[in-house]
Design a binder for this molecule. Structure first.
Ligand SMILES: Cc1cc2nc3c(=O)[nH]c(=O)nc-3n(C[C@H](O)[C@H](O)[C@H](O)COP(=O)(O)OP(=O)(O)OC[C@H]3O[C@@H](n4cnc5c(N)ncnc54)[C@H](O)[C@@H]3O)c2cc1C
Length: 278
């Protein structure tokens, strides 16, 4: 079984700053880390490999420094790291990003057919959660989003069963391989790499693939292949918080105060009276 993990390098901050002139992320002075969801995907891939055999390839599209995220995955135990780096990829939106990553998975499949692609649920900077489903659609892979558990992989019959998170519960779902999973943080706790593994990962070769290496069409890459653009970015207004309800010992006083608060809202009071009269 060949498993591919897609790892995005992101700024190490939840407080992403935006350049107001260009509407792009301010990256200077911000340290980069591997997207936390993607490290969970790596851990999950390693556990699947331990159970069923096979190999794991880590894939990242980004500038040369994204190589350090691939080395982190190599230290955890993946077999290969591939960096997709080419000026032609710059300015990609999620459509162009998923196209590029999809081309790389196709290229990898020529040597060893890819059975599973694991992505994070979302990147903590871009946050769109579109890239994984975009790759799956382009490759024609079954897609399972918000995965919290991989129950089993049946290689003989080409099937997989996972649990995925819904707003009000969990869904147990199975389908045919090859498949792409986007993973939630609770899927697996990432292992810590040992010191010898860390040292080995620093020397391990990381292949660098450009647009030509993945036979990508230039018009679908980077800015040219990106039909969306950021017109304006703004923060939602801060929430002011609702009324505070008294939760003291005196039940009468609590109820009286709660009713006072509720009836001070004219809309609530009108609705209540309408229903009362009906
Ligand atoms: C018009 C436009 C221009 C942009 N220009 C730039 C730019 O110049 N430079 C720039 O850095 N960003 C740019 N972006 C942002 C870029 O498109 C997104 O970062 C990228 O498409 C991934 O989307 P996301 O961050 O929402 O990831 P999500 O879709 O939330 O990510 C989900 C998962 O997909 C995988 N994934 C996502 N991106 C990658 C990757 N690069 N490599 C490997 N796996 C990945 C990971 O597993 C990740 O957990 C631009 C966006 C737009 C709309």
């Amino acid at each position: 079984m060949h498993i591919v993990c897609c790892i995005k390098q992101v700024p190490d901050t939840a407080e992403v700053k935006i350049d107001p002139d260009t509407n792009t992320l301010v990256r200077t002075g911000v340290e980069s880390i591997s997207n936390p969801y993607d490290i969970v995907a790596v851990e999950a891939a390693l556990r699947i490999r331990e159970r069923y055999g096979g190999r794991v390839t880590a894939l990242s599209m980004g500038p040369p420094q994204a190589e350090s995220s691939l080395r982190e995955a190599l230290a955890m135990g993946v077999d290969d790291g591939i960096l997709l780096s080419d000026r032609a990829f710059a300015g990609s939106d999620t459509l162009a990003t998923s196209y590029t990553l999809g081309c790389a998975v196709r290229r990898l499949s020529l040597d060893d057919p890819v059975t599973l692609v694991l992505c994070g649920k979302q990147a903590i900077d871009g946050d769109t959660a579109q890239t994984g489903p975009g790759i799956a659609t382009r490759l024609g892979f079954t897609q399972f989003t918000y995965v919290t558990e991989v129950d089993w992989v049946d290689l003989e019959n080409g099937r997989i069963q996972v649990k995925r998170k819904l707003e009000d519960g969990l869904e147990v779902i199975r389908g045919p391989l090859p498949a792409l999973l986007t993973v939630e943080l609770e899927l697996a706790k990432p292992r810590r790499a040992s010191l010898p593994a860390l040292v080995r990962s620093l020397r391990a070769p990381v292949a660098n693939w450009d647009a030509k290496a993945i036979s990508a069409s230039p018009k679908e890459l980077g800015l040219k292949g990106s039909p969306t653009w950021v017109r304006r970015i703004s923060s939602p207004p801060a929430k002011t918080g609702g009324p505070l309800f008294y939760a003291g010992e005196d039940l009468r006083e609590s109820v009286a105060q709660t009713l006072d608060i509720l009836f001070s809202d004219k809309t609530f009071a009108a609705k209540f009276m309408n229903r009362w009269e009906a």
